[in-house]
Design a protein around this ligand. Structure first.
Ligand code: GAP
Length: 488
């Protein structure tokens, strides 16, 4: 990417962040106290959009698959869970400080950024060998050499411009707290860094009580917490965030077929949501975590580059086997079809609700000039738009507000509707464009005579006249999840 393109992209992100704040989507947390880094609050339209995205994911997992059921496990779990999962010993990032600027960085991110620069300059081999060298040193936990690599590559702090780096240290990303009133080591518990472990420890509970047969899945949406060293890029990397994870339990030996199927399915899901194919990239991992035998990221081309939105991992039987060893409770399934006991293998699909939100927002944000006029609007798919329709009486008199209120009453049980009678109709249309409302329904004097309204379409600004009695069906057709589900 050329430098001017890069700064344009940075400006787009700035515009999106400002828009999200000004129009009630996302606010910095506890802003009156100057905020808390990497923590955000969702405003009135943000929470609607996020809830719609979560509902869409939930229903596409649980309703569209009769072999997937839901779960809502607690955030706090027995501390041994995190020993068994490997998080206590190895959920670390390599942290480095610049002694001049006093800024803290992730060493691997700095090196990856350098590799990306090589790639952009067409030096692909150089980029790959740098990443390979980093991978080896990280695996060997050889942080002195990793620091040397940074210095030899001329990696400097963007703020101070110097390579005056501290030594690199491992930093565990889990937040801990104490349960009970006596604070000693045995009372230390963690805020879960992923929701997946709540699913693993409940594998047999769910399998038995819901009488599930392998292959089957367990889906869960919930908060996760990570003490990220570098918190940047708005809600992309947060310290408190939400995950939507599904663990699919399969017969050993069949996992790679299921992995392929789930990878394809999840890419289709993003496309069905209206994300253009050219903005989605599948990034297969070369270097696999010790528990995985295949893994990929589904990336979106954010204004700050191609970045992971969702991960698909073939996690083998690592987690269940490890919980079996630590808990000394068998985590086996008896497969009646082959008359065998085994620990199932697992395919995981894991998407961050906040990253999905950011992708949807970036994709919807449209700033265009039409007929000589600048217009900004959010072109969300109607099924996920925070508000489905705004009912707008042309004036505040002649019985128009009352007629508009009747329409609101008819629609509000099935759709999120806004009533607005202040300001000119043009200004009200603009306001709805800015929050991404797909339909504006104007009630005028003709409405009183023939029970018709005008309906204005957000993306084209075209208007048509429609009987009030058709509105429900029209909104239903446009806003139903079914339109998305049919493309899966
Ligand atoms: N159980 C597997 C797991 O947690 P991960 O790749 O670490 O895998 C899965 O996370 C997804 O969770 C990511 O693709 C991303 O969407 C989201 N995620 C991870 N860390 C995040 C953070 N700090 N802020 C926001 N979302 C995050």
């Amino acid at each position: 990417m050329a430098k001017s393109d890069q700064s344009q992209e940075v400006n787009v992100l700035k515009d999106i962040i400002a828009h999200a704040k000004e129009y009630g989507f996302v606010y910095p947390s506890s802003e009156i106290y100057d905020g808390l880094q990497a923590v955000y609050d969702y405003g009135p339209y943000g929470v609607e959009l996020k809830n719609n995205l979560k509902k869409l994911w939930w229903e596409s997992m649980t309703r569209l698959h009769d072999n997937i059921v839901g779960l809502d496990a607690a955030i706090f779990m027995h501390p041994t869970t995190w020993k068994a999962s490997g998080h206590v010993d190895s959920f670390n990032d390599p942290m480095v400080d610049n002694k001049d600027s006093k800024k803290r960085y992730r060493a691997d991110v700095l090196i990856e950024e350098k590799a990306a620069q090589y790639e952009l300059a067409g030096e692909v081999e150089k980029s790959q060998s740098l990443l390979a060298a980093m991978g080896k040193l990280m695996e060997a936990e050889n942080f002195d050499s990793l620091r040397e690599l940074m210095i030899n590559e001329g990696i400097t702090c963007p703020l101070s411009g110097t390579a005056n780096w501290t030594e690199i240290r491992q930093f565990n990303l889990m937040f801990s707290t104490q349960v009970g009133s006596v604070a000693d080591e045995s009372s230390t518990i963690y805020l879960r860094p992923e929701t997946a472990q709540g699913i693993f420890v409940n594998f047999l509970n769910v399998q038995k009580t819901a009488r599930m047969k392998v292959p089957f899945g367990i889906a869960q949406i919930g908060k996760a917490f990570r003490n990220e060293i570098v918190a940047r890029q708005f809600i992309f990397r947060m310290r408190e965030f939400e995950q939507m994870e599904m663990q699919f339990f399969v017969r050993p030996g069949t996992e790679l077929e299921w992995y392929k199927e789930w990878a394809e399915k999840r890419v289709r899901w993003h496309l069905a949501l209206g994300i253009p194919a050219e903005k989605i990239r599948r990034h297969d991992h070369d270097k696999l975590a010790h528990y995985a035998n295949a893994a990929l990221d589904i990336e979106y081309n954010f204004p700050f580059g191609n970045k992971e939105v969702e991960g698909i991992h073939s996690r083998t039987d690592f987690d269940l086997k490890s919980h079996q060893a630590y808990s000394k409770k068998k985590q086996q399934y008896f497969d009646p079809e082959i008359n065998q006991n085994y620990i199932p293998y697992v395919i995981e699909t894991s998407i961050g609700a906040d990253r999905l939100f950011l992708m949807t927002l970036c994709n919807a944000y449209t700033d265009e000039i039409a007929e000589g006029k600048q217009r900004t609007y959010l072109k969300f798919h109607p099924a996920i738009a925070p508000v489905k329709a705004a009912i707008l009486p042309l004036t505040k008199k002649d019985g128009l507000p009352e007629k508009a209120a009747q329409i609101v009453e008819e629609l509000k049980y099935d759709f999120n509707i806004i009533y607005e009678d202040a300001a000119s109709i043009g200004k009200r249309y603009t306001r709805q464009d800015l929050i991404g409302t797909p339909f504006c329904i104007a009630v005028d004097h003709q409405t009183l005579e023939d029970d018709t309204v005008t309906i204005r379409h957000r993306d084209t600004t075209e208007q048509e006249r429609l009987p009030i009695s058709d509105l429900h069906q029209r909104l239903n057709q446009a806003c139903s999840f079914k339109r998305i589900f049919e493309k899966l």
